[in-house]
Design a protein around this ligand. Structure first.
Ligand SMILES: [Ca+2]
Ligand SMILES: [Ca+2]
Ligand SMILES: [Ca+2]
Ligand SMILES: [Ca+2]
Length: 266
């Protein structure tokens, strides 16, 4: 049943993405400069301590298409570790429901629409599922999971609800190498157009939010800090970088384990 609901969500997302409303999305999309990660993140659906204090912070408003024109405020956090893009989205939510979701669309096709043919979609379905999809020219749905079209699932994440706020934390490679799944081929110094969408059965399963597009600018590696280069700096930053390297290794291992489990199930 949960799988069917998820399928419905994605199918409707594609319809929304093609709606005339988005044709009026503003041009001159705001830039978000995505800094290099210095503080490791625990993907548990909660912001603990300062784990996102080194990220780009973008306040957002999600506009829903329901008859009441609901809005919800939120905050997007972004940072990268030269290999992966780390994202956190907080969104106000008075009541916890299952099947609430957040999705990010990337304009892989390069037509300045982040949710058109050839684009990528990744996200988290609350409380315990992630998804990695591709928008494809194949009816009837015009989308599919990457893994169903010869690609790979390239996302790790979690969500949690507390104090009337839903928090989604997830990570995916800048460049997964998964061309079948329409995944971005980002690298440090690169840019991609992105859009975030949210859904909540409390508002209505057929009503989805939208907001403006953002150009995500991935900073170069190594990142100059205060006129010096992090990689050349010897001192207090060294243990931080060691921790970062360990974290990247753990995440990579987790992705491999996930694939192995999936392979063993199939
Ligand atoms: Ca966390
Ligand atoms: Ca596109
Ligand atoms: Ca993929
Ligand atoms: Ca994909």
């Amino acid at each position: 049943m949960r799988r069917l609901k998820f399928t419905l969500i994605v199918a409707l997302l594609i319809l929304i993405a093609a709606s005339p409303k988005l044709a009026f999305a503003p041009t001159g999309d705001p830039d978000i400069v995505v800094p290099r990660l210095l503080i490791p993140v625990t993907l548990d659906g909660a912001i603990t301590g300062g784990e996102w204090s080194d990220a780009a912070v973008q306040p957002v408003t999600f506009y829903f298409d329901d008859p009441g024109n609901s809005t919800r405020s939120g905050t997007i956090y972004l940072k990268h570790d030269c290999v992966n893009l780390w994202l956190c989205i907080e969104i106000e939510d008075p009541t916890e429901n299952t099947d609430e979701w957040i999705a990010v669309f990337y304009d892989v096709s390069g037509d300045n629409y982040p949710s058109s043919l050839g684009d990528d979609q990744k996200g988290v379905l609350h409380p315990d599922e992630t998804f990695d999809c591709a928008i494809i020219p194949v009816p009837p749905d015009y989308y599919d999971n990457d893994t169903d079209i010869g690609g790979t699932k390239d996302i790790q994440g979690a969500s949690g609800w507390a104090y009337e706020t839903l928090t989604y934390e997830f990570v995916h490679p800048l460049n997964s190498g998964d061309h079948a799944g329409n995944d971005p081929t980002l690298e440090p110094g690169g840019t991609i157009l992105a859009q975030f969408m949210a859904g909540d059965p409390e508002i209505g399963e057929k009503y989805y939010s939208w907001n403006i597009y953002y150009d995500l600018n991935i900073t170069q590696c190594p990142t100059p800090v205060g006129g010096t280069i992090i990689q050349n700096k010897i001192g207090p930053l060294t243990p931080i970088l060691a921790t970062l390297t360990t974290t990247v290794a753990i995440v990579s291992s987790a992705i491999i384990i996930h694939k192995r489990r999936k392979t063993s199930k199939s």
